[in-house]
Write a protein that binds this ligand. Structure first.
Ligand code: EPZ
Length: 421
């Protein structure tokens, strides 16, 4: 019995939405809790399938995990074992890579298959591994299975990342906080989720400077205690809802939504004809009149326009009169959703890493299938502007990052629900 989301488009969105905690912060934070000898509590954790997979990995490594209302407690006191990570959860998401450094510190070795996750192009982990090797780790591949050991433990290093990988920066930060000596990470990624991870680790006793900038310095400490921490809000959910308003029309107020991380997305949507106001931690996005094309826009590493926001913004531009092109400089296969856009009657053609769009006057409901997390959300955003009924299959992809996206949209007035065939 396949489950799908049914959306009847043509209704503007109205109302208020409070942003959930950021998936891309919660996932590395959960891995970081494994570094701690005591209990950590993340006060706001969305019920996402990737969070459930993280709990499975932490439990397999001897941590005690307990949901406390919307919070999640992880006690690392008893963590240990042989560092063999459970295959299923590791293959289910890219974020299993975050367990490399913490498990190395707690177990002395890690054995895992290649992490899974959205098929956005080749997603090697060479920078994660190269940095760990420079810190004293040894890496062995047996086919697709990886074993990493650190016979003499890890030590500080002055390391330049060959590109500002978000995950590799987080891996090397988690390796450095318990590695004796000083670590310098040059060319680190600067995403807000990295500063959030550093804030948690600092609350646990780590000594970190410069997280959230391209130059990070760490002084290794003996042990980390654990801490209570509220993860930052999800800037990609914010971008998704802003694009949904652009697509459907209407007016939505986003609560708990810092302006800065959303600014590049809002700039593009306002160029297309939306209005955005912000104050304190609230951003209000509205769209009344018709949208117009925005020309060529590019994603980039933070603080540029986020690669994760590219598909949902492209969805909103399908009905923007004239030409738009969205080029992803980060991943090669960001626009698998182009097939669904065409099924809706959109004129969107993939050209290398870019999606070339000619706006159309109307979209018509169709059967759609999510190929990845953000592309799936983009199909829902596009369906909001389509006349008639669309059925969106492949909800497992969307559940990795949004929980109940249909419920979030329905609460804003969309005609959206989940059904079983
Ligand atoms: C994180 O993925 C996010 N995931 C992604 O969000 C996000 O798109 C990405 O950062 C870029 O912002 C999480 O935080 C859980 P990268 P990550 O390492 O760490 C190459 C979502 O939808 N690379 O910054 O995997 C890589 O192939 C997800 O929420 C190497 O070559 O991204 C890519 O081209 C999707 N070697 C580029 O760097 C490495 O060792 C950026 O990847 C690591 C990465």
């Amino acid at each position: 019995m396949a489950e799908y989301m049914v959306i009847r488009g043509g209704r503007p969105l109205e109302g208020t939405a409070r942003l959930p905690a950021a998936k891309n912060s919660v996932l590395p934070l959960l891995a970081a809790a494994l570094l701690c000898k005591g209990e950590s509590v993340l006060t706001q954790v969305p019920r996402l399938s990737d969070v459930e997979q993280s709990v499975a990995i932490l439990t397999a490594l001897g941590c005690r995990c307990q949901w406390r209302g919307r919070g999640l407690a992880v006690d690392g006191a008893e963590a240990g074992g042989d560092g063999a990570l459970p295959e299923g959860p590791v293959r289910a998401m890219r974020s299993s890579v975050f367990y490399l450094a913490p498990a190395l510190h707690r177990c002395g070795r890690v054995q895992m298959p290649m992490p899974g996750g959205c098929k956005l192009g080749p997603r090697p982990i060479d920078i994660h591994l190269d940095g760990l090797v420079k810190m004293g780790a040894r890496v062995q591949w047996q086919g697709e299975s990886l074993t990493v050991t650190a016979p003499g433990g890890l030590h500080g290093v002055d390391y330049s990342l060959r590109l500002p990988s978000v995950g590799a920066t987080e891996t090397l930060l988690m390796a450095a906080v318990l590695a004796p000596g000083q670590t310098v990470l040059r060319g680190a990624a600067a995403e807000p989720e990295i500063a959030d991870l550093a804030a948690f680790l600092t609350a646990c006793g780590a000594r970190i400077r410069g997280a959230g900038t391209p130059l990070v310095q760490v002084e290794g400490v003996e042990a980390l205690t654990g801490a209570t921490h509220t993860p930052i809000p999800d800037r990609i959910v914010a971008a998704t809802l802003a694009a949904a308003v652009a697509s459907a029309g209407g007016r939505v107020k986003l609560l708990g939504c810092p302006f800065e991380p959303l600014a590049p997305t809002l700039e593009i949507l306002c160029r297309a004809g939306c209005t955005a106001e912000h104050g304190g931690n609230t951003v209000t996005v509205s769209r009344e009149g018709p949208l117009k094309g925005v020309g060529r826009v590019y994603t980039g590493v933070y603080p540029a326009f986020s690669t994760d926001a590219a598909p949902v913004v492209a969805a909103a531009l399908l009905t923007a009169a004239g030409h738009s092109a969205v080029e992803d400089t980060v991943f090669e296969n960001r626009f698998a959703c182009a097939e669904g856009f065409s099924a809706l009657g959109g004129r969107a053609v993939r050209c290398g890493r870019a999606l070339e769009i000619e706006g159309v006057a109307r979209l018509s409901g169709a059967d759609l299938r999510a190929q990845d997390l953000r592309g799936g959300a983009a199909l829902a955003v596009a369906a909001l502007a389509a006349e008639g009924e669309s059925r969106l299959f492949g909800l497992a992809h969307i559940r990795r990052g949004y929980g109940d996206l249909a419920g979030i949209l329905r609460a804003l007035g969309a005609d959206a629900a989940c059904r079983r065939e």
